[in-house]
Design a protein around this ligand. Sequence first.
Ligand code: RIB
Length: 297
Amino acid sequence: MILVFGSINVDLVARVATIPGPGKTVLAPSYERHFGGKGANQAVAAARLARPGQVVMAACVGDDAFGREAADNLTINGIATEFLRTVKSPTGCAFITVDAQAENAITVASGANLLARADDVPEALLSDATTLLLQMEVPFEQSLTLARRTRRAGGKVIWNCAPVPAGFEAADAATLLATSDVLIVNEHEAADIAAALGEPAANPSNLVRDPSTTCIVTAGAKGASAYFQGGEAIDVAAPLLKPVDTTGAGDTFVGAVAVALDEGFSVLDALDFGCRAAAQSCLAVGAQAGMPFRDSM
Ligand code: RIB
């Protein structure tokens, strides 16, 4: 069973020629609305690839139309939502600007996500059959508490350290690594964590401090690598596809890897599964629209 504890956002996307700098205004012809949030995206990616009934999400939404629609979207995707809590803050919202080169700039207004609590997850959900999937868009302390509870119950923790928060310190990074069975980051996040730890960024093996921890680093269209203690590493290339929208590709990779590891795949096969799923997800506009279903893999 995959338990996702994380954010739910609605993404408002404006396409512009150039992303504005400070003090500038640019016009976009219109805007699009998509379901998003790293937690919800990873839950949807996992649910489309896992056996039915294997994905549960614990999170917070506001008492507003965005929250109700985002919760319905999870249900439609086969995710158990009885541990969603409706709170007084507005549902999380991401303001995404995409330029002509498909580069983006994202501001996340966290809202309800800041009220997610580890206590929302009952002990009965945690066992040696639990794979907990975490990101960094809900309070770090709450994720840490749930990670520790999951490991005490014999479960596995997959932590996608995205985004790395401003002011992330050595102690935070060390605690993150100590509570992750699998850490998944992109190259920038790996460098930020290494910097917080005072380690050289060039070698992600330095992020593997425990023999049972695996560090997976994604490299976009190039694919992904896994690093193990002792310097061993494996690389997998991503399929060559012409992307339409890369928003949510990283989340698709994480959701797919979670399913693969939960089902007992090797790390090499999990990387391959993740890279293929992420490539497919880039063929439609919006974070979740292109996420593949198991029978198309
Ligand atoms: O990873 C993509 C997601 O990041 C978007 O859906 C947006 O909501 C932000 O959280």
